[in-house]
Design a protein around this ligand. Structure first.
Ligand SMILES: Cc1ncc(COP(=O)(O)O)c(C=O)c1O
Length: 395
């Protein structure tokens, strides 16, 4: 009998589990941990969305299997969102699919499009499902370092991308991009996407863009969609999510849109795997997209307020952190005193000595070392308290 299953062997030990174990242990002893560790929104889902769910759930028939690729009304609502927000036209029949959160969509598209041994280009550091969705599907990865000493240099990235594709044999099947980035909070402009599309078209490489933070941006600068690039649909799909935009993380609703061949592949594989999200959840998600968007700007401004308090209070504590332009994270360089010890040791010390949980950069890939990720998921008062605790540690 196999000692360990092949697919499981390809997944490295989960770095978060060590930090989570310490957190659980301290909490069980009654300690209050200020928890910036996960990207789990703490705000309530807006009440009109909850009301729509309640109104729908009591209707006859809603407990039946739903539609795997999503109910038509929700696919149409997503298509309208892309038109209004990005001026991108999408056919809700062929170019939009509803997923059980964007993570599920990414993982199942990887299954749908990968032949074992295929090469995939994945930025590093990255949100784990980007590389591991493909690893689970049997692909081989080429990592593209995105940051150099915490700085993103678009020209350097594009050069690396082109070189990486040229030197891959076989040619990479797909490239993953995700901006605003989790974990680095890095943003890009449309001109960057134009170059990425140009390179990918030249080498016939598909692009998977994860735009989970499309609406979590600050200082009035909305991030673009890769589908705004002319003809990008010929090679690209994009994932978005209700999780952060409407504080609906537990509802598990996201979307993939764009390239018809990739959407058809995902639709087919999902038709074997699931019956779609619970219909009332889909109806409520459509109400969220079609309804008033004031709740989105309210959620956005809560994150922005927290960002400002974080940067300012940590700076007073002696920790200078670059101010993120988008996402719900700050990507913080390890303070000099801890630099040599690495991100895991620093995260553990923050937890045990300052009672503050952060995610070690190494958990997002080897090029994440030297940094920790701070989630904006605690209120302003608790962020200030965390800064006071950290100040003592850094003295
Ligand atoms: C970049 C990125 N993509 C996808 C997800 C998962 O989103 P969903 O809840 O839609 O699966 C997250 C969640 O943190 C994320 O940061």
């Amino acid at each position: 009998m196999a000692e360990e299953f092949d697919r499981i062997r390809r997944l490295p030990p989960y770095v978060f589990s060590e930090v989570n174990r310490i957190k659980a242990d301290l909490r069980s002893k009654g300690e209050d941990i200020i928890d910036f560790g996960m990207g789990n929104p703490d705000m309530p889902t807006p009440s009109h969305i909850i009301e729509k769910l309640k109104e729908t759930v009591i209707k006859p028939g809603t407990g039946r299997y739903s539609v795997s690729r999503g109910i038509p009304g929700l696919r149409k609502a997503q298509s309208k969102y892309y038109k209004k927000r990005f001026n991108v036209n999408l056919d809700p029949e062929k170019e939009v699919i509803v997923t059980l959160g964007s993570k599920e969509g990414l993982a199942n598209l990887a299954q749908a499009m990968t032949t074992p041994g295929d090469i995939i280009l994945s930025p590093n550091p990255s949100y784990p499902i980007h590389p591991y969705g493909f690893i689970i599907a049997g692909a081989s990865l080429r990592h593209l370092p995105t940051m150099d000493d915490g700085i993103f240099n678009p020209e350097l990235f594009l050069e690396r991308l082109d070189r990486s594709i040229r030197h891959s044999s076989p040619k990479p099947v797909a490239l993953i991009v995700s901006f605003p980035s989790n974990p680095t909070a890095q943003v890009v402009g449309l001109d960057f996407y134009e170059e990425v599309v140009k390179i990918a078209r030249k080498h016939k490489t598909y692009i998977l863009s994860d735009l989970a933070y499309a609406e979590i941006y600050f200082d009035g600068k909305p991030p673009p969609s890769i589908l705004q690039v002319k003809n990008a649909k010929n090679i690209a799909v994009e994932f978005t999510s209700m999780s952060k935009t409407y504080a609906m993380a537990g509802w598990r609703i996201g979307f993939a849109v764009g390239n018809q061949k990739l959407i058809a592949a995902l639709t087919k594989i999902k038709s074997y795997l699931d019956y779609g999200a619970f219909t009332p959840v889909q109806v409520a998600a459509a109400a969220a997209l079609n309804g008033p968007q004031k709740c989105v700007s309210e959620i956005r401004s809560i994150y922005q307020g927290r960002r400002d308090v974080l940067i300012e209070s940590m700076s007073r504590a002696g920790w200078n952190i670059p101010s993120p332009e988008a996402s719900m994270f700050a990507w913080a360089p390890i303070p000099t005193k801890y630099k040599k010890k690495g991100s895991l040791k620093f995260a553990k010390d923050l937890m045990t000595k300052a009672h503050v949980a952060v995610a070690p950069g190494i958990a997002f890939g080897e090029y994440g070392e030297g940094f920790v990720r701070i989630g904006l998921v605690e209120n302003e008062q608790r962020i200030r308290q965390a800064a006071k605790n950290i100040k003592k540690l850094l003295l």
